[in-house]
Design a protein around this ligand. Structure first.
Ligand code: ZN
Ligand code: ZN
Length: 475
């Protein structure tokens, strides 16, 4: 190998921190970090086939297609169908309860028999070794939606579903993660070392033999219990990377793409509550409500009852609710920002009482309430209490009449009134003091939301006066 290109930094693969030499790189044996990777060249008509990961394409597209076509001539026996569905759940749980929640996230601890069961199920799903899968998945969580995310949905739904496997990926791009704990798990290491044997045995030989020796359906066992079952389990779990980042609600945080949806949960054995999962990845649950579909959670919980799983981790409910409240608050702030709450008092001109009276005499339909001047001109005809009452308040201080002297106006009326603000009365007591303090930056601190919008709570409008002051010059 030419040493002239050795300036190119050689990325460090995962290794044991204590310098042991028996570490197994995740990269291919012939991978040379010093050679430019094919993904660094744009795809053209002459090189596109070099960009394709043919091995993956063969296993996740071509073989299933052959299975689908051959199913046309092979009768599906009832027993084989039942077995295929049961085996589907076995393989699925190997991925969801094993690869994902046990090994990628350590959300609970499993005894050796359960680990072997899950590693066997995971092999039957044909999605790579637990070690490889968990390492990528940790990158996905750590670098969600960025270029280092191995299956970022920002590169398109199809890419996050299957494209990242069908097309070659530059190993230098994928974010690195720590998998020292997995390197110390004998089941994970054994499965990784013997992966091909595990896959052929668990994904194809076992289903063929069970259906063949059980009820003489070798071919059906191979096609339905093997190939097509693999196809469905693969497509279903790929949906966690695609659909769960694209379809549904974001009740905990909407800054990244993960979402909660029951449809995704249905196809992924409960992995569809993905917004929750990305916020609380160490929780052994994905669904936290009893009525939500999360068979993986139920499986882990049952294993605990049987003494096969322990140390099931859950996030404190208080923290979960905090996330939910913050997200609700954000939505509320966004909604508040779209509404007209009236001009902020500090941006209104200060008008003297004499000028207020003068302008009202000269045709302005101005009414003062609690130190704020409102132009009700456009509203007189719509006033539910009739034109006469509102017109009689023009040029006057209507604080008392508005607040119960004549009619105790509703919360909605105070809100509406605030949209008619045109000025603040000089000497208008609290309002002007507040306004002056605001401009001088004194410690007046109106409650504002994250976008700086002032929060006006019901019953808290500036025009609301709790005990109306009876005045002689109004009404
Ligand atoms: Zn995700
Ligand atoms: Zn995860």
């Amino acid at each position: 190998m030419a040493s002239s290109s050795s300036e190119v930094p050689v990325p460090q693969a995962e290794s044991f921190p204590d310098g042991r030499t028996d570490y197994i790189p995740l990269r291919k044996k012939n991978y040379d970090a010093r050679k430019p990777h094919i993904t660094e060249q744009p795809i053209t008509w002459s090189n596109w086939y070099k960009h394709v990961n043919w091995l993956n394409t063969y296993f996740i597209i071509i073989v299933p297609l052959i299975g689908l076509i051959s199913a046309y001539w092979i009768e599906l026996q009832f027993k084989t169908a039942v077995f295929a569905v049961a085996y589907y759940f076995f393989a699925g749980l190997g991925i969801t309860a094993g690869y994902h929640r046990l090994w990628a996230h350590s959300s609970y601890k499993a005894t050796l028999p359960l680990k072997i069961f899950l590693a066997a199920g995971g092999a039957a799903a044909v999605e790579g070794s637990a070690r490889w899968w968990s390492s990528l998945h940790r990158s996905h969580h750590r670098y969600t939606d960025t270029d280092k995310d191995p299956y970022s949905v920002r590169k398109g739904l199809l890419y996050s579903h299957i494209g990242w496997m069908v097309m070659k990926q530059n190993p230098r791009r994928i974010g690195r993660t720590d998998i020292t704990d997995l390197n110390e798990d004998p089941v994970v290491v054994w499965q990784h070392r013997n992966y091909l044997k595990c896959v052929v045995t668990m994904a194809l030989i076992v289903p063929t033999l069970v259906c063949g020796l059980g009820w003489g359906d070798y071919l059906g066992g191979f096609v339905y219990g093997g190939i097509l079952r693999i196809f469905f389990i693969q497509q279903a779990t790929f949906c966690v990377n695609s659909l769960a980042h694209w379809l549904g609600e974001q009740p905990f945080d909407d800054r990244n793409s993960p979402r909660d949806h029951v449809i995704t949960a249905l196809v992924t054995l409960g992995e569809g509550y993905h917004n929750f999962h990305h916020e609380f990845p160490s929780d052994f649950r994905n669904a936290i409500e009893w009525w939500q579909y999360d068979p993986t959670k139920w499986f882990i919980w049952t294993m605990k009852l049987l003494g096969l799983a322990y140390n099931l981790k859950t996030f404190p409910q208080n923290e979960i609710e905090k996330g939910r409240v913050q997200q609700l608050q954000k939505k509320l702030d966004q909604k508040r920002a779209t509404l007209d709450w009236g001009k902020p008092l500090e941006s209104l001109p200060v008008i003297s009482w004499d000028e207020f009276v003068e302008q009202s005499k000269n045709g302005k339909a101005w009414i003062a309430v609690a130190g704020v001047i409102h132009d009700v001109g456009k509203f007189i005809a719509d006033h539910p209490g009739g034109k006469a009452l509102i017109s009689s308040a023009i040029g006057k201080d209507a604080t008392a009449v508005f607040n119960g002297g004549v009619y105790n106006h509703s919360n909605a009326a105070h809100n509406l009134l605030s949209t008619m603000r045109v000025g603040v009365l000089r000497g208008g007591c609290e309002v002007e003091i507040w306004k002056r303090a605001q401009s001088e930056n004194k410690d007046v601190n109106p409650v504002t939301d994250s976008s700086g919008q002032r929060i006006v709570r019901a019953g808290d409008q500036v025009t609301r006066v709790n005990r109306p002051i009876p005045t002689a010059d109004t009404a």
